[in-house]
Design a binder for this molecule. Structure first.
Ligand code: HEM
Length: 149
């Protein structure tokens, strides 16, 4: 009885967490294409995937070790439909997961490119500043020499 209650609790907890991650993804996607926080979106999607596995595992444990026993579910059409739908949704969600990972990769690549660009600009600015100082020092030195002469 305790096993059944604990497994039921874990199954519910996993389902609620799954819904939470789904809501988080939905909220992040609503920001619109250019403003989507791809880091958080890919993170939420990873959480969604992990939690989906937990739903599957806790559901499987309920089916095997729950009060009704596996023989009840093995020939239960409702159970088969439920698991089939779960697997279909899992397969359908592979494409968005790949897209989110690509978006995050592209964003990271563009950030690195921006930083490298900024670094080059800094180097160029430092070099021209150096050249200016050197010229000024040269001018002062030649003024000193001409004053001494
Ligand atoms: C997002 C997907 C799923 C949702 C929303 C969901 C939802 C539910 C709900 C609301 C219950 C009844 C509440 C309870 O007694 O705790 C339940 C029971 C159950 N679920 Fe799931 N479930 C999902 C996926 C799965 C999967 C993938 C499996 C199997 C691998 C599974 C196996 C079970 C079993 C064995 C029960 C007990 C049913 C009974 O009392 O006879 N569930 N599920």
């Amino acid at each position: 009885m305790w096993t059944d209650a604990i497994l039921a609790y874990l199954h519910f907890a996993a389902i609620l967490t799954l819904v939470w991650f789904l809501a988080k993804e939905w909220t992040l996607l609503r920001a619109g294409a250019p403003n989507i926080d791809t880091e958080r979106l890919a993170g939420a999607d990873a959480g969604f995937g992990i939690t989906a596995m937990l739903v599957l595992v806790t559901g499987g444990l309920r089916a095997v070790y729950g009060a009704k026993g596996w023989s009840f579910y093995a020939h239960n059409p409702a159970f088969h439909v439920k698991v089939t739908l779960f697997v279909i949704v899992g397969l359908v969600s592979i494409a968005p997961t790949i897209a989110f990972i690509r978006w995050r990769k592209a964003r990271r690549a563009s950030l690195v490119a921006q930083r490298l660009g900024a670094g080059r600009t800094d180097q160029r600015q430092t070099a021209s500043c150096f050249a200016q100082r050197r010229d000024e020092a040269g001018d002062r030195a030649s003024m000193l020499v001409s004053e001494m002469a």
